[in-house]
Design a binder for this molecule. Structure first.
Ligand code: NI
Length: 174
């Protein structure tokens, strides 16, 4: 996905906001957010990302315990990895990453991605149905759930509106 670093920075900000309310080790959350998409373009990017992050952090001399805590967050942040978040920090990263995929930002990201891949509006809306509109029910923390409400509401409103326009129901001919 393009503009990865913007996404990573937003996820880090959201994760810190959640951690402020929920607790959790701030340094683990911050490092995990920074590195969570390090293997973005590879297959099973969460599992692969945890491996790459382990290498990077080992070389930088972080403690084994810190590295394992960060890597668990990264390995479990994506639903498709099959690894469930077991720690509070992992739940926070997962929530923050999902929050950046809904609301107006989520819509913008979805269409930018589709544009890059040459996908149609219809295909993008399928992605809304199959994934984006379900994310609010996949939040782990209470804070994340609350944060997701408004973004989900707007995402749904947009989705219903564009469906309406695609049926030309919004056009009034007097
Ligand atoms: Ni991400």
């Amino acid at each position: 996905m393009p503009h990865d670093s913007d996404h990573v920075q937003r996820v880090a900000r959201i994760a810190m906001m959640i951690a402020e309310k929920e607790g959790g080790d701030v340094e683990v959350v911050r490092k995990a957010a920074e590195l969570h998409d390090v293997a973005r373009n590879e297959e099973n990017h969460a599992i692969r990302g945890a491996e790459v992050a382990r290498d990077i952090l080992s070389r930088k001399g972080y403690s084994k315990e810190f590295i394992e805590r960060v890597c668990h967050c990264i390995a479990s942040h994506s639903f498709t990895s099959g690894v469930k978040p077991e720690t509070l920090e992992a739940k926070i990263l997962s929530d923050a990453d999902k929050l950046d995929a809904i609301g107006a930002i989520g819509i913008a990201r979805a269409f930018m991605y589709s544009g890059e891949k040459g996908r149609s509006i219809e295909d993008t809306l399928k992605h809304f149905e199959e994934k984006l509109l379900k994310l609010k029910d996949m939040m782990y923390t209470e804070t994340g759930k609350k944060m997701a409400e408004e973004r989900h509401r707007f995402l749904k409103e947009f989705y219903e509106r564009i469906r309406k326009e695609l049926r030309f129901e919004d056009i009034i001919v007097e």
